[in-house]
Design a protein around this ligand. Structure first.
Ligand SMILES: *[C@@H]1O[C@H](CO)[C@@H](O)[C@H](O)[C@H]1NC(C)=O
Ligand SMILES: *[C@@H]1O[C@H](CO)[C@@H](O)[C@H](O)[C@H]1NC(C)=O
Length: 289
């Protein structure tokens, strides 16, 4: 008894820990707490797991069946080879791609092609209109080139130089708008050459007029499309050499005639009628100085 007492007296903590505490506290603690606390989370966890599985299944089904581009082609090509005479199979995967490719190829056709397979008839241009369309095309962007494949001796395909639907129901109105626009923006337009003394003379004649807007000068010999553009311009203007001066869309004769008209002050009048302002640029400069 004395021993026991002393033992327990000597190690009061030890007794508590080794005999009382372990059986009483840890068991309910270890077993009870987790059960109590995991009852709700377990249901929650199950629900979450099922949800995740469901999402996984849906995504897998989508990837495998609905969205085939990456995974399908191989398997379906094999299937196609196996059944080449089944018309429905091969067109499963390809028609979309083919339709897109066809659309892509049809677009440049509509704007720049040369066939007349559409139902709507192509708009027809007479020479005045053709000159305006070509000039508008060339003046609007420096990189606009007449394709070398055209035959300059016959009317140009309007699709090549007009950026609207030339078979559309409003083609005629749009053409009129283009014609008004090109000659109001470029009342004085000169097709010339860099390497030509006559061209330089005419450029000087224009420079002396201090025009506003400034004359639109196209140096044909600097362009890659020179070989088709020159004969095209000759056909459309009845000129047979450069430079060709257009005032309000009208050809102003030979270089000789241009100089003559300039000397008589008649070029001045023509340009004013076309909407150009003679000395317009000089006045501006004088004001600035
Ligand atoms: C497009 O152009 C090609 C040749 O360039 C021609 O064979 C085809 O018929 C054209 N398609 C349309 C819709 O104009
Ligand atoms: C071309 O057509 C327009 C309008 O239809 C007309 O004003 C012009 O005189 C015609 N030009 C030629 C060369 O026939």
């Amino acid at each position: 008894m004395a021993h026991r007492r002393t033992f327990s007296a000597r190690f009061p903590d030890m007794r508590n820990v080794s005999l009382d505490s372990p059986p009483l506290t840890p068991i309910p603690n270890i077993a009870g707490l987790p059960i109590m606390s995991s009852r709700k989370p377990r249901a929650y966890w199950l629900r979450t797991t099922f949800l995740a599985l469901f999402v996984l299944v849906v995504v897998s089904v989508y990837v495998l069946l609905v969205s085939p581009p990456v995974l399908r082609p191989i398997s379906f090509r094999d299937a196609d080879r196996a059944r080449p005479d089944d018309p429905a199979r091969p067109s499963r995967w390809t028609p979309e791609a083919f339709r897109l490719a066809a659309l892509k190829h049809r677009k440049p056709n509509a704007t720049g092609g040369s066939s007349a397979t559409n139902d709507q008839p192509q708009i027809a241009l007479n020479q005045t209109q053709e000159l305006a369309a070509v000039s508008s095309f060339i003046a609007s962007l420096p990189q606009n080139m007449i394709p070398s494949s055209i035959d300059p001796s016959i009317p140009i395909d309007p699709q090549l130089v007009l950026d609207f639907d030339t078979r559309g129901p409003h083609a005629e109105e749009e053409l009129q708008a283009v014609i008004r626009d090109v000659w109001s923006r470029n009342p004085v337009m000169l097709y010339s050459k860099v390497h030509s003394p006559v061209s330089r003379e005419i450029k000087q004649v224009l420079a002396d007029l201090y025009l506003r807007p400034a004359p639109t000068i196209v140096d044909v010999d600097q362009r890659p499309d020179e070989n088709v553009l020159v004969p095209l311009l000759f056909r459309l203007t009845s000129a047979n050499e450069l430079p060709i001066l257009l005032v309000g869309g009208r050809t102003v004769g030979t270089a000789q005639e241009i100089k003559y008209l300039a000397a008589k002050g008649q070029l001045h009048r023509l340009i004013t009628e076309a909407g150009g302002v003679v000395d317009g640029a000089r006045k501006k400069k004088a004001k600035k100085l």
